[in-house]
Design a protein around this ligand. Structure first.
Ligand code: SF4
Length: 583
């Protein structure tokens, strides 16, 4: 859709009102700089709550030769106003139309937001398909967890992807773009330059041949690299805790100062994409964390400790104590049951915590062994006793259904275990969050088929009926239909691109109906061991044979010990040369 230059005063006013409420916004002169518009493919409030989005905004702006502004998916009413006034989507900071930027960079944590990307490009007057954008600018790129797991569903929409973690990833990209601009290179020549960056993936350099739902062959363009090496740094302290996030009252965390204390989880839960993607577990130095807590509490009185598995941070007690001593509020993004003790719970209570959120994942001990969450029912009930003694009355519990080798009796076990927890707790309220298991790339279960929705629905109904006469237990669930879409998109090949574009305007129901053959085949297919998977061109460090071994161990219900960083080298991420054996 070709759009004109007028900007609706109403839309501009709304953006300016949002900017007026922000603290920490970066305003940079555009002159002589590579201009990046960083886009969150959902609302302003969700984007500003996202740590990854905020981090990348500051990483771009920390580069002298680059200016980054932000854009989001406008609300429904605003989209109507864009259409009514022929306004082209514009950035927040300088209200510049998106198509005038050099690079449009999407930061995408969740696959659910893929259908918002065509809407945003359309509102910006930028062709949705990479092949239709023949000019040098804007290049359209994506990064973030979702595309680092599997970029292929967006392969036809994006010119390039940045795979892995953001720190250190951006400077070479900006340099290559500036150089290409100065030399007057074409888009294709620029993409060739970008392909020299190990963590950049240029999808148009790869041609796929399919056989039904499977990949038969991949032809790599001459000169392009065969493997994309995801970027990750073993030393989190190389990058200081960002002190300059934009604070705004329009977000979930409002005035919370977020501190990433650790990255990666060494517990090896076999369904968990974040767990495997961010290996190895890495921790920030406690002195740096305390410094950040002090800054956060001085500024806003409230800090949020975040990470892949925050309660695994070895100095978590020290950190919370440090905050509580300064009469600040300290929150944690997640807790592991086997890390709970009276001391930690007491501190959480003092720091203003109200609800304890735990993830037993499965109701039976057998299923917990399948997913490598080796806690006995007795261990779990002992944790609940501690929670009760600390005076908490609200529990939120996460469970998965439709796991490999699961039976109806395992759903009944979720009811049984929750009732036992309720009896221990006596008073108070338990909320169960039930999610269908979705096999994810780069996990041991990446080969597994998605469970038949009728089976998922039956197990959900066992759980719901189990609590129909129980007071104080609420059950919330993601529908099997929504999970089906996520299961398709998460592991799809590049043929998903046109379906995402169609679904963005017409909805998924129609797309699923029209393409049921391919979708069903892809979602319900168990992949073969040696089969080429759509994300196999990426190397995150964890070796495929290790994941297969873990898959088989899971099916046999055998546990794997947690990471032992520095002396364990089994999965391939940690290499002996990273560690100094003399110390
Ligand atoms: S090599 Fe061992 S310690 Fe390192 S990430 Fe893999 S499992 Fe964990």
């Amino acid at each position: 859709m070709e759009r004109g230059l007028p900007i609706s005063w109403k839309l501009k006013k709304k953006v300016k009102e949002a900017l007026a409420k922000e603290r920490g916004t970066v305003y940079k002169d555009h002159g002589g700089k590579v201009r990046v518009c960083l886009i969150y493919p959902n609302s302003y409030s969700l984007g500003m709550t996202n740590l990854g989005f905020q981090t990348v905004y500051h990483l771009f702006n920390s580069l002298d030769g680059c200016v980054a502004e932000r854009a989001f998916l406008p609300g429904k009413e605003e989209i109507e106003e864009f259409a009514r006034t022929s306004t082209s989507l514009f950035s927040y900071e300088s209200q510049t139309p998106l198509r005038e930027f050099d690079i449009l960079a999407f930061s995408i944590p969740f696959e659910d937001d893929y259908t918002n990307i065509p809407k945003i490009l359309d509102l910006a007057g930028v062709p949705v398909l990479s092949g239709e954008r023949t000019g040098f600018r804007p290049l359209v790129a994506a990064g973030g967890v979702a595309v680092s797991l599997n970029p292929e569903p967006l392969a036809e929409l994006m010119d390039f992807f940045l795979i892995g973690e953001g720190e250190g990833a951006l400077a070479p990209v900006i340099d290559i773009f500036r150089d290409a601009n100065e030399k007057g290179l074409s888009k294709k020549e620029t993409l060739k330059g970008l392909d020299s960056v190990p963590w950049a993936y240029v999808p148009s350099f790869y041609q796929y041949v399919f056989d039904g739902a499977r990949i038969k062959e991949v032809r790599v363009e001459a000169g392009a690299k065969e493997k994309v090496t995801a970027l990750k740094d073993f030393n989190l302290d190389k990058y200081p805790v960002p002190q300059n996030f934009i604070m705004t009252p329009d977000t979930e965390f409002k005035d919370t100062f977020l501190i990433e204390v650790e990255r990666g989880c060494g517990r090896g839960c076999r369904f968990c994409a974040a767990g495997f993607l961010y290996l190895p577990p890495r921790w920030r130095d406690i002195d740096n964390v305390k410094e950040a807590v002090k800054t956060g509490l001085d500024g806003s009185g409230k800090v949020g400790l975040v990470g892949t598995a925050v309660s695994e941070y070895p100095q978590i007690i020290d950190t919370i104590e440090f905050g509580v001593e300064r009469e600040g509020e300290v929150t944690l993004s997640s807790l592991r049951m086997d890390r709970l003790d009276g001391n930690l719970l007491g501190l959480l209570k003092k720091s203003g915590y109200k609800t304890i959120t735990l993830a037993p994942e499965a109701g039976s001990e057998r299923m917990r062994a399948v997913v490598n969450k080796g806690m006995s029912n007795d261990d779990i009930l002992a944790s609940i006793r501690l929670i009760k003694e600390a005076g908490f009355l609200k529990l939120k519990l996460y469970f998965l259904i439709g796991l490999p080798s699961e039976e109806d009796s395992d759903a009944e076990a979720i009811v049984g275990l929750t009732k036992d927890m309720k009896s221990v707790l006596e008073k108070g309220e338990i909320t169960l969050s039930i999610n269908p298991f979705i096999p994810k790339p780069f996990t041991p279960f990446q080969w597994q088929a998605f469970e038949d929705p009728s089976v998922i629905d039956r197990r959900l109904s066992i759980i719901q009926k189990g609590f129909s006469k129980v007071n104080g237990v609420n059950v919330k669930a993601l529908s099997s239909r929504e999970a089906f879409i996520q299961a398709y998109i998460g592991r799809a090949d590049r043929r998903a691109g046109p379906l995402i574009i169609e679904a963005s305007s017409k909805g998924w129901s129609r797309v699923i109906k029209k393409n049921s053959g391919l979708l069903n085949q892809s979602v319900y297919m168990e992949r073969a061991r040696e089969e080429r998977l759509p994300w196999d061109m990426i190397d995150h460090g964890v070796k495929k044979p290790y994941l297969w071994k873990e898959y088989q161990k899971g099916l046999e219900g055998r546990l794997t010990a947690p990471c032992d960083v520095g002396s364990c080298f089994r999965c391939g991420v940690c290499l002996p040369e990273y560690f100094n054996y003399e110390n």
